[in-house]
Ligand binder design. Structure first.
Ligand SMILES: [Zn+2]
Length: 310
């Protein structure tokens, strides 16, 4: 059975899966390991995850590709700016290093949010959607989008397509780890909420509803920041779907309703009605393994198999 492996390498854990090449919706192996940091740690940890998945696969499984999603900038096959993995120095050719450890299997490395976009498209297809262009907006620790335009993942000239979290939202705001002030992700992300509020987003909404002025301000900035990110993607690219994912959004129904209400206000004008941005928004269900699934599908995209191309 031809099998693809997909590994979503996060700052805390690696999520690895195996899927049959002709039936990618069914996971035939799944594991989670702690992430190891630094160039050597990442290569060793990734190779160990592959070995651990191999022993859980059916005996007739034949690995035809391995895909890796990493939280950094991937350009010309090399990983840079993966601060959460302890890789902020020399570019790391993770594909070559892992391929050498796995008997020469084809390895594709991609930015994690871009890889998850393939997983998001696969989910939309399962739901009966025929879209072949979408933006996947990941409201996670950071804020970033993956772009799939006319079935092709957009990398950009420097591998930075979709990195919208560091647009300046408020030039008088706090200093961002990137060095600028008031970046969008300081307001519209999980870390943006944690930076300002000790509880969950649901508790933030409860406190705002009971009259806490700080909670109301943080809540309103979260709503308007995510709505702005969705509008930016819809107006800038005119994609037919903006698929939103991330723990803050999936765990907080009141946030999803408030974002749609905010977008709806823009539809009181004729241009806003023409844009119809709220109609384009879909929410990826909590727990959907889009990151690892998308990583597994990178090999299919490289081969031109399926509704996408790399
Ligand atoms: Zn920033």
């Amino acid at each position: 059975m031809k099998t693809r492996l997909g590994l979503d390498i996060g700052g805390t854990t690696i999520h690895g899966i195996g899927v049959a090449a002709d039936e990618p919706n069914t996971l035939i192996a799944e594991l989670t390991h702690p992430t190891r940091k630094g160039a050597e740690g990442v290569v060793d940890g990734t190779a160990e995850m592959v070995e651990a998945l191999l022993v859980r696969l059916p005996p007739d499984a034949e690995i035809i590709s391995i895909g890796l999603g990493v939280p950094g900038i991937v350009h010309a096959g090399a990983v840079t700016h993966a601060v959460n993995l302890g890789l902020d120095g020399d570019p790391l050719d993770l594909a070559a290093a892992l391929s050498a450890r796995t008997g020469g299997v084809t390895v594709t490395v991609e930015n994690d949010v871009k890889a998850a976009t393939l997983g998001g498209l696969q989910w939309l297809r399962e739901q009966g959607s025929g879209v072949d262009d979408l933006a996947l907006l990941n409201v996670g620790t950071g804020l970033a989008a993956g772009l799939l335009l006319n079935g092709r993942l957009r990398h950009g000239s420097r591998g930075m397509a979709g990195e919208i979290g560091h647009l300046v939202h408020d030039p008088t705001g706090p200093i961002c780890p990137c060095g600028r002030r008031g970046c969008l992700e300081l307001y519209a992300s999980g870390s943006g909420v944690r930076r300002q509020w000790p509880g969950t987003a649901a508790e933030l909404f409860d406190a705002a509803d009971t009259g806490d002025p700080d909670a109301a301000r943080i809540r309103d900035e979260l709503i308007s920041g995510i709505a702005q990110a969705i509008s930016l993607l819809a107006y800038g690219l005119d994609v037919s779907c903006v698929l939103v994912t991330g723990g803050v959004v999936s765990a907080t129904p009141a946030l999803r309703e408030a974002i749609l209400a905010q977008l709806g206000k823009d539809e009181s004008t004729s241009l806003g009605r023409l844009a119809g941005i709220s109609e384009r928004v879909r929410w990826l269900p909590a727990g959907h393994p889009a990151g690892a699934l998308g990583a597994a599908l990178l090999g299919a995209a490289d081969e031109g198999v399926g509704p996408w191309r790399s």
